[in-house]
Design a binder for this molecule. Structure first.
Ligand code: SOE
Length: 387
């Protein structure tokens, strides 16, 4: 196999991030099996053509069914709004194509399980877009934990804070509509933290949560759908049907205690995806807004120099970094997607399952739904109750 041909559904924020990754991966990781950007798909022909030429795709399709039916495509990349994920993924599996799907995998746990089963039965590779795993500093956290260097883990504390809908006039975009997005901050931001917690600490055992929708109605008229959309205060209003913030406590199967917070109402926080892990031999702290850094503390440091130290995860010894720039020359958000696409290409070329796969998408969805159930029933919910 000397190339892997990609067809991508979606061309907005994630479409741009994925396109950039397909372009960058062969330049920086020359041994990779090269992705070929065969076709981009979306419904608005004019905007699609603009994206096709700007991002560098060979052709465009305005109907995803045509894209999935093409015999010159090996992988379907799904980054359309969440309500479209399932139907496209099932069709892609049925036509024997590998699938790369953005998070959250589906609107419900049942749907995500159906997607996993379809991919497994078709024998195709499947991957879910938890991109933050691919930051070299997060990979370093994983390595330190796996090597036992912070010992037994007692606490995972994670929070993903944004503020892009703080203004009550911000319009009712699709991310604020349950039938399209599935949930609000919980599935959009909390899903990333849940994935990082599973990646670093292990499976969740039980959860209890609380959530709130602070602004219950928003102006409907807006031609823009992204994070920088502008509302019209005179437009008719419609109901916000998702959570603005969801917080929960957790117990992990390995015995650690966790707390997770996801909100779009944390003024001043644009993209604070952060966690702290405390173990018997030390602690680890990460904040995506300082994506190149990992704070580490080791209990066995000499007394007179004890304290958190900042490790700049940009040395050739850090994951992926020998492919980029000389040590100290930092990388950013888009690189997490390049590393993610590298994993997808390698998994297909090596005929092995990608990681994170739909299994991780399903496990994340189970935690999301357990939290929802705990909120509805005002009690602790074991993840096993949903499976
Ligand atoms: C918007 O809240 C958003 O773009 C999420 O959809 C992404 O998954 C997250 O990485 C950044 O914020």
């Amino acid at each position: 196999m000397d190339a892997i041909r990609v067809g991508m559904v979606g061309y907005k924020f994630m479409g741009k991030a994925h396109s950039n990754a397909y372009r960058a991966v062969p330049m920086f990781f020359p041994k990779v099996t090269r992705p070929v950007m065969k076709a981009i798909c979306g419904r608005d022909p004019e905007a699609l053509e603009q994206a096709r030429s700007q991002f560098g795709w060979e052709t465009a399709e305005t109907d995803w069914k045509n894209l999935v039916a093409r015999d010159d495509i090996d992988v379907i990349d799904i980054n359309a709004p969440s309500d479209a994920h399932k139907e496209i993924a099932l069709a892609a599996a049925a036509s024997g194509k590998h699938i790369f799907c953005e998070k959250p995998l589906a609107l419900t746990l049942a749907d995500s399980i159906e997607m996993l089963k379809a991919a497994e039965e078709a024998g195709v590779k499947h991957m879910v877009g938890f991109n933050y795993r691919f930051a070299p500093a997060v990979q370093l956290a994983k390595k330190l934990i796996s090597e036992g260097r912070i010992g037994d883990i007692y606490h995972f504390r994670g929070w993903f804070l944004q503020d892009w809908i703080l203004d009550p006039q911000f319009p009712l975009v699709w991310r604020l509509q349950k039938e399209i997005a599935g949930s609000g901050s919980h599935g959009d931001l909390g899903a990333h933290v849940i994935d990082l917690a599973r990646f670093l600490v292990g499976e969740f055992q039980e959860v209890i949560g609380m959530s709130e929708t602070f602004v219950k109605e928003r102006p409907m008229s807006s031609s823009m759908t992204g994070l920088s959309a502008k509302g019209d205060k005179d437009a008719p209003k419609g109901p916000v049907t998702v959570d603005d913030a969801t917080l929960f406590l957790a117990r992990f199967a390995g015995g650690a205690l966790g707390s997770i917070e996801a909100t779009r109402f944390a003024a001043g926080h644009r993209c604070t995806n952060a966690f702290e892990i405390n173990g018997s031999k030390g602690s680890i702290k990460f904040d995506f807004e300082r994506v190149n850094e990992l704070q580490v503390y080791f209990t066995d440091d000499a007394d007179d120099v004890q304290g958190f130290r900042r490790v700049l995860a940009t040395d050739p010894s850090h994951a992926y970094m020998d492919a980029w720039w000389p040590a100290g020359h930092t990388i950013g958000y888009e690189h997490t997607f390049t590393h993610e696409v590298l994993e997808l290409m390698n998994a297909i070329a090596e005929d092995r399952q990608a990681s994170p796969s739909f299994v991780d998408g399903v496990e994340c969805q189970a935690v999301l739904e357990a939290v929802d159930k705990s909120i509805a029933e005002r009690r602790w919910v074991a993840i096993s109750e949903l499976r």
